[in-house]
Write a protein that binds this ligand. Sequence first.
Ligand SMILES: [Zn+2]
Ligand SMILES: [Zn+2]
Length: 337
Amino acid sequence: MRPSFLPRLINDPFDDPGLFIPFQFQNRALIFDLGDIDCLAPKDILKISHAFVSHTHMDHFIGFDRLLRLSLGRPKNLSLYGPPGFLKNVEGKLAGYSWNLVDKYNYPLNLRLTEMHPYYTLCRQYRCRDKFQPLQDPVEQPFAGILYEEPAFRVSAVILDHKIPCLGFSIKERFHVNIIKDGLTTLALTPGPWLTEFKQALYGQSDPASKFEVRSDRQKPARHFSLGELAEKIARITPGQKISYITDVVYSAANSEKIVELAMGSDHLFIEAVFLDQDRELAIKKHHLTAHQAGHLAGAARVKQMTVFHFSPRYLGMAQRLQEEAGAAYEHCRRLK
Ligand SMILES: [Zn+2]
Ligand SMILES: [Zn+2]
């Protein structure tokens, strides 16, 4: 299966945390956390449509300025999600700059902020052209675990304890559409952007009898199929991809329960491992996980793959020890299940 999401840590595990999630078949990406993102190429930053911020400690949020700066004057909308207090945090950043020239830009740049609370969200919109003055009072909506959703995937979130609220995230594809090459060959179809439209039509639950037009070759006339007939010949549906991201959490029963539930069965879990287990006391004091605890949580959630990050600089040159400690706890826990 060619995965739809291609997640990668933005930085070295000793540098600012953050997960960049480009979409394989679209010029688009999501991002979990906005720490230092200077390592990302501007063309990659410009793919970001939705940014999910776990909490606003500087190492998770300083990249907001770069994302905004690159987005100014472009035909783009940005949606950002964060923990309680997030609207104030972003408004504070926006208030730190002068915006007297932005009404000349060709594109308005819409900014949509969502602040998550245990049972509701607050949403507020802003426009660069209006000097980022809020367009309305915050709009309250009930929240039951899903922070953002579109036909192909959803992003779930939980509030975890890091002495302050810190969000854990999980992106789950509704189902995965595998394109069968032989099917394309049999129908003499060439892969192209129409395949993305075809997948969107499947996610949109269009009537199988509905017509679907394929224009796979500019030189040749378009061909018409029923969506169901085409799906039968060129697509195989498998379970959707799931990626989870956990950072900046204290090891507690309440956090563990929420993390395991959120990350359960993930194809890939990215989880912080700030300290070695020999420094467990320090981890408690700083409200972070040890590598052993991270591995244990990954094993309990039966994830298929685990990557650890957010290593304390005290272990510079010892990354392997943190990885091995997490790996051993993961394997041990997997064997017990
Ligand atoms: Zn941090
Ligand atoms: Zn933090």
